[in-house]
Design a protein around this ligand. Structure first.
Ligand SMILES: Nc1ncnc2c1ncn2[C@@H]1O[C@H](COP(=O)(O)OP(=O)(O)O)[C@@H](O)[C@H]1O
Ligand SMILES: [Mg+2]
Length: 355
């Protein structure tokens, strides 16, 4: 696959007010395909915005290279890059109509009125706002304003759209609706999106690939499924979704599975591939990977929370150690104080080499 965007060893260090050095980008390597939806995910301050600003040209790199369609991107000033950005604050001009907001870049570029109007109408149509051009931003809902910002950002037909936490100001329902709309729009436009969020659920829902960042570097790049099922390390495992981590020692290997035990004595079964008795590893199981049944880890329910059709349980293992989080589909009456057994399929256990 040839990539639209190729970033190699990108570095950017800031001098902090205290006089220290802060590596906001600490050697970033990233490829983005021509019609790919890539999400940058990571805690606040990990360098997501700095990376987007470097791509759009509003920030320079200290070193490293960026190419778009094979051409050096860093040689171009921001307005010459076939890239546009959608911000969280939509930055719409309140005194201008929707149509003028959307067509403003074309107006500044001296595009004639007739051509401009046609392109504005096309962009509004694409985001589902046909016929709304005469309104002012204040006469629109939050979701509609978001769409105006989108229409404005795609009017110049960029090859790459950068979206910096565009949904974080919206309420939950609208946000979920916009997640689907954005994904559909990206597909219809056939261009690449680099979307920034610190919300792991949003990243899992929308992305072709997720880039997990931390302190200026990339911890892991993968499909939502790879990142969720096969996190490379504890940071990724804990950042992406609810998880149970068990530091265990392998006790014995029986064919396909191995028996392992935590320091407290909680017993787990894991895939035996490559495991040896005495080895220390971390076993990872998601809350939905446990089944409540007659066998398995014995424990007591300390808290039961109803989440619609699911039941969310905190279970204190009888042997001791941290509580185990469990999501159960069969919402039968498991109340606080109930004795349960937590069974799991050994094949569902993801094993990290380090304990
Ligand atoms: N212009 C700047 N001057 C000094 N420090 C900056 C500047 N821009 C960003 N930083 C610092 O770089 C780090 C990464 O910031 P940013 O890319 O905005 O993170 P994110 O978008 O992931 O929250 C943060 O510690 C931030 O304080
Ligand atoms: Mg940011």
């Amino acid at each position: 696959m040839t990539h639209l965007l190729e970033i190699r060893n990108a570095r950017r260090t800031f001098i902090t007010p205290e006089g220290g050095h802060l590596a906001a980008l600490d050697g970033i390597n990233l490829d983005v395909g021509a019609n790919e939806f890539v999400t940058l995910l990571g805690p606040s301050g990990c360098g997501k915005t700095t990376l987007l600003r470097a791509i759009s040209g509003f920030e320079t790199l200290d070193s490293g290279t960026m190419t778009l369609g094979g051409a050096d991107l860093t040689a171009l000033p921001p307005f010459r890059r076939p890239v546009n950005t959608v911000f969280q604050s939509y930055a719409l001009f309140g005194h201008m109509t929707v149509a003028r907001n959307v067509g403003y870049a074309l107006e500044v570029a001296g595009v004639g009125k007739a051509s401009r109007e046609a392109q504005v109408a096309e962009a509004l149509e694409k985001v589902g706002l046909a016929g709304m051009g005469a309104r002012r931003p204040s006469q629109l809902s939050g979701g509609q304003r978001q769409r105006v910002a989108l229409a404005r950002s795609i009017i110049a037909k960029p090859r790459l759209l950068l979206l910096d936490e565009p949904l974080s100001a919206l309420d939950r329902n609208l946000r979920q609706q916009m997640q689907l709309e954005l994904k559909t729009l990206q597909h219809a436009l056939g261009i690449a999106f680099i979307f920034v969020t610190h919300d792991q659920e949003e990243a899992l829902t929308m992305s072709d690939r997720i880039v997990v960042m931390r302190s200026g570097h990339i911890e892991q790049i993968g499909t939502p499924r790879e990142i969720y099922r096969h996190p490379k390390n504890r940071f990724v495992a804990e950042f992406i979704g609810e998880t149970n981590l068990f530091p265990v020692t392998i006790d014995r290997v029986d064919g396909e599975t191995a028996l392992a035990r935590t320091a407290e004595g909680v017993e787990m079964h894991l895939p035996s591939a490559g495991r040896k008795p005495g080895e220390q590893v971390t076993a990872i199981l998601r809350p939905a990977d446990f089944n409540l049944g007659p066998t398995g880890i014995p424990g007591t329910v300390t808290r039961a929370v109803y989440l619609g059709s699911d039941l969310y349980l905190f279970v204190q293992p009888q042997a001791g150690g941290p509580e185990i989080r469990v999501i159960s589909r069969d919402g039968a009456g498991f109340d606080e104080g109930a004795a349960v057994h937590l069974a799991h399929d050994p094949a569902r256990v993801h094993v990290l080499e380090a304990a």
